[in-house]
Design a protein around this ligand. Structure first.
Ligand code: MTE
Ligand code: MO
Length: 309
């Protein structure tokens, strides 16, 4: 049964951070959208507005972003998701919002979308495997949805769950991870204006291999926190389990903040390979919090980041 939102809260309830990021000009945003539209005549534009939170870095191409993926539900190879995700049914789609919220329910994707203002957010994405991309996501702030659901005072964390449907997700027929894929954020991380639920990229609806119809994007954390194809969002008092932490706790922590000074036990995190950089391109330095430190470092004041990795 689909719930209906009461739009009794407005967007000003979500206070944006001071404009700490260099403002991306509207002209540049408009140009990027026009280009994307020209490159994809078959699909309707989502009409997302540009955002001051976007990076000025050159986005990766549609081809790169949609053909080099991690989505283990469709296989462990980088090309498996593009090959196998086409069979995923994303309509109808419902997201259950439950736990410590005022308005729990199973909400139709359309209901969720009816109350949000879509923005383009061009973010750096840094995978824990030390490759990176720049992706022009389309989405809305997770905080908008959490405010509409009415997160209750006792909630300290937000848990997320991916669809479990082995008939359409061949990777789930194998015990690669414990299924379904689960992730979590501390409530303040979830409410941060950089944290979005993305429903598209390059001004087009989200391709299945990138996590259709909606996936999390947390740009200052390693990519595995950005859980795809979400069917459940739960407000909870306890730190929720997360898939990669469950699978290899000494390698992947709950926080997973991008940190060039804390190496993975099996490789350095000091540098990264930008996808599409070309065969002879130099690796680039990985930035603390993936370059979003001005916006998020204060969330971790007094925390030992080598301990809480
Ligand atoms: N459900 C689910 N979400 C997932 C993954 C996954 O295997 N399953 N992989 C994660 C990892 S490791 C990364 S780097 C990003 C990749 O997102 P992209 O393929 O859109 O670039 O998705 C994350 N979200
Ligand atoms: Mo990743």
């Amino acid at each position: 049964m689909a719930g209906r939102w009461k739009n009794d809260l407005n967007w000003s309830d979500v206070t944006p951070e001071a404009a700490y990021l260099s403002r991306r000009s509207l002209m540049r945003g408009a140009g990027a959208l026009a280009m994307a539209t020209a490159a994809s005549p078959a699909l309707a534009s989502l009409g997302a507005a540009p955002s001051a939170y976007s990076t000025d870095a050159e986005p990766n191409t549609w081809e790169e972003i949609t053909s080099y993926n991690n989505f283990y539900e469709f296989g462990t190879g980088k090309e498996d998701p593009a090959q196998n995700a086409g069979q995923l049914t994303t309509d109808p789609w419902a997201v259950t919002i439950d736990g410590l919220v005022d308005k729990p329910g199973a909400y139709d994707f359309a209901d969720i979308m009816s109350g949000v203002a879509l923005e383009e957010r061009i973010y750096r994405l840094r995978c824990v495997e030390a490759w990176s991309m720049v992706v022009p996501w389309v989405g809305f702030e997770l905080a908008d949805l959490l405010i509409r659901a009415g997160v209750q005072p006792g909630a300290k964390y937000i848990a997320f769950e991916t669809l479990y449907r082995p008939e359409e997700m061949p990777g789930q027929r194998f015990p690669i991870l414990e299924w379904p894929y689960v992730e979590g954020l501390r409530l303040d991380e979830a409410m941060h204006p950089l944290t979005i639920l993305a429903t598209g990229l390059y001004d087009r609806p989200m391709p299945n291999q990138n996590g259709a119809p909606l996936r999390l994007v947390v740009p200052w954390k390693y990519g595995f926190k950005s859980i795809k194809s979400i069917v459940r969002i739960t407000a909870t008092a306890e730190e929720p389990p997360t898939s990669w932490n469950r699978s290899a706790p000494h390698e992947y922590g709950f926080y997973a903040n991008v940190n060039p000074t804390v190496d993975h036990p099996r490789w350095s995190q000091a540098t990264e390979r930008r996808i599409g950089g070309g065969l002879f391109s130099r690796r680039q330095e990985t930035l603390m919090f993936n370059g979003y430190g001005d916006a998020v470092a204060s969330l971790y004041d007094g925390m030992d980041l080598a301990q809480k990795f």
